[in-house]
Design a protein around this ligand. Structure first.
Ligand SMILES: [Cu+2]
Ligand SMILES: [Zn+2]
Length: 241
């Protein structure tokens, strides 16, 4: 029954995001009731009780079968299952640091947040040259190479051409585009899309295991395969731990 407590914690987290004031630990309870229906058959009732926006809600999951199967089903029950059944939106957030590459002094922080089917990327970058810089998602969370090439090419799970985000002629799912750095060498990016997810099952959407790369130059949005954006000056692996 180890998973249940994990699930419990995640549920508490989900509720906490929705309603930080009212979601306290005492308000949520998970009960598992196991009944023997015959010599070989058991029925388990998993009840999750919680409070959301002052309203009490409870959800039952009923599993019937031989004991081993039923226990396996309970173990496989995830926080996502419970949240979906109770119509609770789980917010996922990841914070990663951009590390200088190619002899640059460019570093920064990237926050990735998934909420209600959309992922938002917010980046704060320092140590840039003034002007336009490209930022992309590249295919591997490997920033080990001095020049950042270990991160591979642009993440392109849909096998399209490189281009401006949303272009009818095609674009990589990693083609975030360009941003400006000011005279102090600081730049910010704020980008949202429903074409990404953080850690879901869809390989065309999942950005975990990829890398964020900031370039010295501007993405011309047309050159293949990567917009001729120049050296890779900063890199962050999108990893969950
Ligand atoms: Cu790039
Ligand atoms: Zn691209």
């Amino acid at each position: 029954m180890k998973k249940i407590s994990v699930l419990f914690a995640a549920l508490a987290f989900a509720l906490g995001c929705d309603n930080p004031k009212n979601a306290t630990k005492e308000e949520k309870k998970i009960e598992v009731k196991m009944e023997k229906l015959s010599d070989t058959l058991v029925q388990a009732t998993v009840t999750v009780n919680t409070t959301k926006e002052g309203k009490k809600i409870s959800k039952e999951f009923i599993y019937k079968g031989d004991e081993e199967t039923v226990r396996a089903k309970i173990d496989a029950l995830t926080a996502e299952d419970v949240a979906a059944a109770m119509d609770i939106k789980i917010e996922k957030q990841l914070q990663i640091s951009l590390n200088a590459k190619s002899g640059s002094g460019t570093s920064g922080m990237v926050t990735l947040t998934e909420k209600e089917g959309k992922v938002t990327l917010e980046a704060h970058i320092n140590g840039l040259s003034e002007g336009t810089h490209a930022i992309h998602i590249h295919e591997k969370a490997d920033c080990s190479a001095e020049n950042g090439t270990s991160a591979g090419g642009h993440w392109n799970p849909t096998f399209e051409n490189h281009g401006a985000w949303g272009a009818a002629s095609g674009f990589h799912r990693g083609d975030i585009g360009n941003f400006q750095a000011n005279t102090e060498g600081h730049g910010m990016v704020n980008f949202s899309t429903d074409l990404w997810c953080i850690g879901c099952e869809d390989p065309k959407k999942n950005i975990v295991g990829k890398a964020i790369i900031v370039h010295q130059g501007e993405d011309d949005l047309t050159s293949q395969p990567s917009g001729a954006a120049g050296a890779r000056v900063s890199c962050a692996g999108i990893i969950t731990e």
